[in-house]
Every structure is written in structure tokens, then in C-alpha cells.
Ligand binder design. Structure first.
Ligand code: ATP
Length: 216
């Protein structure tokens, strides 16, 4: 089983990394692909340039066995739609004659707006979703999920896609928005993200000025 975790990673932090590792271990993933969004469609545009965000992800996961950076969204024009990313990943797996299932990791906050995503129904034909707990958000089992919620990890291993699994992970109340605000206010980001990422942010003076300042 292959895991994928998408995000703006602006910047990547321990709130992404620790839950990802716990899920990779619980599901015994063969690999977990971190897929930074070059041009996210669902939200305001990221603060750091796409190249910097990609480099920070590379630094953050460099030493972790099974964690891989996947930059396929950087090679497509226009908005980075998850459904297109999963289609292209599935095409790669088919080319390798692999029928492995894909597990897409989503934080509870992101999952709440999942049905607003482009072609969300098709996403569920391509991957399972594991919803990871996040401080301040509740797991809600809603009627549209009927027949999709799986209680056993083994159920997801048996199917290629379409299941939803709620997963309790260590609660880390860290968000990229808060980190950016702290850096802008001249505070340290230490112990919220890997030291290599902190050094990269310092070296490139990221988040030290807000976007409006940068444009002037
Ligand atoms: P921002 O604060 O700018 O919204 P973020 O910290 O939520 O950013 P994203 O790159 O938007 O980071 O998130 C990527 C994925 O990681 C999303 O699915 C999100 O729900 C999840 N995630 C982010 N932070 C946490 C956390 N602290 N605990 C659990 N999941 C998280």
C-alpha cells in the first residue's frame, strides 16, 4: 500500500511529520509520498515560492526510510487538482503492473471541506482516505459516508480505493499559519519543525516579510 500526503507545506512542520509517520507505521505503508501543491486551488496562494516549499519538504524527510518527495504537481500547468495527481500516480502504478491500493492522508480540517474538492467522487475511486485527528476538530460520521467508513485497517488493504478510515494520531497543535506569524513577529520556529527546515528558512529569509511587503 502506498500513502500520499498533499499540502502546501508552507512550511512543513512536526504536525505533518509525526502523524504521517504514525500512519505509515500503522498501515505498514511501502512508501509515503509527500506531494507539495505547486498551485493549490482550494485556498489562498502560499507565501513561500513553490521551489522553497519543495526544498523544505526534501530536507524534512531526507533521513526517514520510506518517505519520498513527489514533485509531479510541479510539472503540470494550472491548478494542482488532487484528482489529477491521483490519476497520474495510478497510471504509474498500472504501468508497473501494480494493483496496490493508495491511501491519501488528510487532516480532519482538510477533510471537512472534502466535498468541495474538484471531482471528489472520483478521488474516492482512486484512493482510500485516512483522516488524521487534529487538535480543535472532531471526527463526524456523516450520511454521505455511509458504506465507506472502515473500522479495520485490513479492510483497506483488501480494496484498492473508496474507504474512509478515521485515525487517532498524537495531537500536535502546530500550524503553518502560526509558524509564519511567529517568524514575521521576529520569534523563533525552533522545536515546531525540523532543524534543517529552520536553517533553510533563516538562510533564505522566508516569512520575514509579509506578501504585501514583498510586492512593494
Ligand atoms: P495552514 O496553517 O497554513 O493552513 P497547515 O499547517 O494546515 O497550514 P497544510 O500544508 O495546509 O498545513 O496541511 C497539509 C495536510 O496536513 C492537511 O491535510 C492538514 O490537515 C494536515 N495537517 C497540518 N497540520 C496538522 C496537524 N498539526 N495535525 C494533523 N494534521 C495536520
Amino acid at each position: 500500500m502506498i500513502g500520499v500526503i498533499g499540502g502546501t507545506f508552507d512550511p512543513i512542520h512536526f504536525g505533518h511529520l509525526r502523524p504521517a509517520l504514525e500512519i505509515a507505521e500503522q498501515f505498514q505503508l511501502d512508501q509515503l509520498r509527500f506531494i507539495p501543491s505547486a498551485k493549490p486551488p482550494h485556498r489562498w496562494q502560499p507565501v513561500a515560492d513553490a521551489e522553497h516549499r519543495l526544498n523544505m519538504v526534501k530536507l524534512a524527510i531526507a533521513d526517514t526510510h520510506g518517505f519520498i518527495v513527489d514533485d509531479r504537481e510541479y510539472h503540470r500547468e494550472g491548478s494542482s487538482y488532487t484528482v489529477d495527481t491521483l490519476r497520474s500516480l495510478r497510471a504509474d502504478l498500472n504501468a508497473d503492473k501494480s494493483s496496490e491500493s493508495i491511501l491519501m492522508i488528510l487532516g480532519q480540517d482538510a477533510f471537512q471541506s472534502f466535498r468541495e474538492w474538484h471531482e471528489w467522487q472520483n478521488i474516492l475511486t482512486l484512493a482510500h482516505i485516512v483522516v488524521s485527528s487534529r487538535p480543535g476538530y472532531q471526527f463526524n460520521n456523516e450520511s454521505w459516508m455511509k458504506g465507506r467508513v472502515r473500522k479495520q485497517i485490513s479492510d483497506l488493504h483488501r480494496e484498492q480505493a473508496g474507504g474512509i478510515y478515521f485515525c487517532e494520531v498524537t495531537q500536535l497543535d502546530i500550524s503553518a499559519t502560526t509558524i509564519r506569524k511567529q517568524i514575521l513577529a521576529g520569534k523563533s520556529s525552533r522545536y515546531l519543525l525540523p532543524q534543517s527546515v529552520e536553517a533553510y528558512i533563516n538562510k533564505h529569509q522566508l516569512y520575514k516579510a509579509n506578501k504585501a511587503d514583498k510586492a512593494n
